[in-house]
Design a protein around this ligand. Sequence first.
Ligand SMILES: NC(=O)c1ccc[n+]([C@@H]2O[C@H](COP(=O)([O-])OP(=O)(O)OC[C@H]3O[C@@H](n4cnc5c(N)ncnc54)[C@H](O)[C@@H]3O)[C@@H](O)[C@H]2O)c1
Length: 301
Amino acid sequence: MTIDFSGQVAIVTGGANGLGREYALALAKRRARVMVNDLGCDSSGRGNDVGAVEQVVQEIRNGGGEALSSDCSVTDNAGVLDMVERTVRQWGRVDILINNAGILQSGYFARAAMADFRQVVEVNLIGSALCSHAVWHHMRRQGFGRILMTTSEGALYPVPGAASYAAAKLGLVGLMNALSAEGRRDGICVNTIAPAAATRMTRDIVGTADLARMDTATVVAAALYLVSAEAPSGAILAAGAKRYERAYITHTQGLELPELSLQPEGVGAHFEAISDRFGDEAPQGFHAVARGHLISPGDSR
Ligand SMILES: NC(=O)c1ccc[n+]([C@@H]2O[C@H](COP(=O)([O-])OP(=O)(O)OC[C@H]3O[C@@H](n4cnc5c(N)ncnc54)[C@H](O)[C@@H]3O)[C@@H](O)[C@H]2O)c1
């Protein structure tokens, strides 16, 4: 099965550098028409080099592809709506959105400035929500859509030194979960990638030996699969250094305690048994209350 995006239209945010640039070029190579968005900031969100996105658009056109550019921030709702409208006016549809634009501000929580924390959440989480919302009704109308969120292993697992980034990036998993459930009936699949690649974002925080193994091709292959017609929905796929692993949020089998043990001491006494991972499950909806009897979304409203 060859994955081909002929006739399809993609939007890639943060497409001027790093992974976004590679996604945009790879989608165009497989015949997608691509709207490349980028504010042109550094990896912590500072600066504004609007020329960077034009270079990628030019590169696609030089290769015989079709591309447009948008230099708005993904946090600028009016700019995002305009970007999506221009895309649809030019090409009549929007099939794929890769929410790739992201910034990282490292530092321990004790010394974090809350204005900076808010900016990281704003770009990574709210920016992805604004872009997803702007394409959503077009995808519903078409009965087809593919949206990719970008998380990080630094958010899926306990890693110190970037609390704002971890909070925002795990928020995207929640957004994916909800949108994949809501999009199913309209042919919209929503997935999440957890990449590991040598880019300017990782250059200063990953050791040289690991960086040398962190090719971008591994990540690009996963991303393109996750936005293809064959894509699953609701998957978190870690990709890096020629390896792919799927991440799940799981529940343990747990314990139902007798009435007398429903005290903090009772929970403490049984915490080890409650935490036993034997027979872990990855629930597909509300789970803890009605184990084995999933509450459907309709029941829970
Ligand atoms: N490289 C990795 O190993 C790695 C690991 C985990 C997650 N990620 C995530 O993957 C994505 C791509 O990262 P990268 O390594 O290519 O970094 P990068 O810094 O090379 O690229 C990020 C791009 O996003 C753009 N951008 C930032 N804020 C924006 C905004 N508000 N509006 C529009 N564009 C904006 C930047 O200008 C830049 O071109 C990011 O979301 C990042 O958090 C990367």
